[in-house]
Design a protein around this ligand. Structure first.
Ligand code: ZN
Length: 459
């Protein structure tokens, strides 16, 4: 499945949506509008010492810069990119932790919905991409391995790999629906001018999943399960405004009209049954099937298409995937592609541009700083931080510098909870708790710990 992984301007957004709507096999056939982009790779040399707190005194030059995910990535020490690997990402420890929290959130949905995770090869030979249509429709986007022997290419999608697993399994109707998912590392050749931080990469992680169903009605039920979970999933990341669109048959398409009627009817039926308001994008479907798309609206009003579920009337036949029905007949399954994020890296960029450094508590790289008022409480602060860490909170004691400076630094880094421990708090078994933008509130130490542990947990 195609997950498009960038948009910035509304024009690019529209064009990208169009490209996305066209789907993976069609991506090259309907040219993606390449915005000029920022040719310079982000991630210039970092300060030698990340602990230097000069940044606390030097807030971002303007609001726009404060919401550029590359700048936030630098400020929070999440990742960098460099010309030695254009369009790819060097994840730093805090950034990779954050990346993994996104993956874990998607994994919770996969488990709840009965998917099994799989992993499939990065390099696949030319006949695979001829069967999938990529060799013809996505030729410019493929990255080929050099060397002797049959030509191999880095996968731009994981779908064929999953179909091989299904083919190998030769399922019966009792095994359906068969749900496979992969956090697949995929490669796509992008022009260097089109690369843009995490929004458009040559290597990224696509959370594609595939469902093989016995018939269209089973596919409709799967679409309902998928769509029902999405609002809460996105809300946990701080996205409340969702737009839903049903993209229907394009002029140039595979499959007969009766199949298209059924497939579009199934997706429309799923949205109607859930009572989801949606737009219709006539002709916006992929050539292989119609799709539902979810667009998130960020704080700056920009739309980002992320979640999608797509019918595929073509690929199971091309990979000779069939199931055995109750009468012992081989039948082609109805196939769906679906993704929550599309590209995990791109979703992370959108998240950073939506929130700035002030990520939701459960996602924040550091959730709490414990600040002793003076050196005398340093040991107690360290012990408190250690206790919180033991209970799963990403907490750190910060001892150096004046209290005012540490508080300012915490604000610059978006640390969501500050606990101040002075002589009086220590004597009374209390802490002064400060939430983002709030005033300090004195709380009983044990109550405060229990409360923080609960609110830091992933939803
Ligand atoms: Zn797919």
């Amino acid at each position: 499945m195609e997950s498009q992984h960038h948009e910035k301007s509304s024009h690019a957004n529209h064009e990208e949506r169009r490209a996305s709507l066209a789907g993976e096999l069609e991506a090259a056939a309907s040219p993606i509008a390449r915005e000029a982009g920022d040719p310079s790779l982000p991630g210039g040399p970092r300060r030698a010492d990340p602990e230097v707190d000069a940044e606390a005194d030097a807030p971002a030059a303007d609001e726009q810069a404060a919401l550029d995910h590359r700048q936030i990535g630098r400020r929070l020490d999440l990742f960098h990119q460099r010309e030695e690997a254009p369009g790819m990402v060097f994840w730093h420890p805090a950034g990779f932790d954050l990346f993994e929290r996104l993956v874990a959130a998607a994994r919770r949905v996969l488990r709840a919905q009965g998917y099994r995770e799989v992993r499939t090869p990065q390099l696949l030979r030319a006949p695979v991409w001829e069967a999938s249509g990529h060799a013809r429709h996505f030729a410019d986007g493929m990255i080929h391995a050099a060397g002797e022997g049959p030509r191999e290419s880095l996968k731009p999608v994981s779908c064929p790999g999953h179909l091989y697993i299904a083919h190998q399994r030769a399922p019966s109707y009792r095994d359906l629906p068969l749900r496979y998912a992969e956090f697949g590392v995929v490669h796509r050749n992008e022009l260097s001018g089109a690369l843009q931080g995490l929004l458009r990469l040559r290597q990224f992680t696509q959370d594609d999943g595939h469902i093989l169903c016995a018939d269209v009605d089973a596919a409709r039920r799967e679409a309902i399960r998928f769509c029902a979970a999405l609002p809460a999933f996105y809300r946990a990341f701080g996205f409340d405004a969702l737009e839903v669109a049903l993209a229907t048959r394009p002029a140039d398409r595979a499959g007969d009209d009766a199949s298209w009627d059924q497939a579009e009817g199934a997706l429309r039926g799923a949205l109607d049954e859930l009572g989801v308001d949606h737009a219709i994008v006539p002709g916006g479907g992929a050539f292989y099937g119609p799709k539902i798309e979810y667009t998130l609206r960020d704080r700056q009003g920009r739309g980002w298409q992320c979640g999608t579920i797509q019918f595929d009337l073509v690929m199971p036949r091309r990979f000779d995937v069939a199931y055995v029905d109750a009468e012992g007949e081989r039948r082609p399954p109805v196939m769906l592609h679906r993704a929550l994020f599309g590209s995990v890296e791109r979703f992370l960029a959108v998240l950073l541009e939506h929130h700035g450094v002030d990520l939701p508590l459960w996602l924040a790289p550091v959730q709490a700083w414990i600040l002793p008022v003076s050196e005398a409480q340093a040991g107690a602060a360290e012990a408190l931080a250690a206790e919180l860490q033991g209970r799963g909170v990403r907490a750190e004691a910060r001892v150096d510098g004046t209290l005012g400076r540490r508080v300012a630094l915490a604000r610059a880094r978006g640390v969501p909870r500050l606990w101040v421990v002075g002589r009086r708090e220590l004597a009374e078994g209390r802490v002064a708790v400060r939430e983002r933008g709030g005033e300090p509130v004195s709380r009983d130490r044990e109550d405060a710990i229990a409360g923080l542990v609960a609110e830091c947990a992933a939803p």
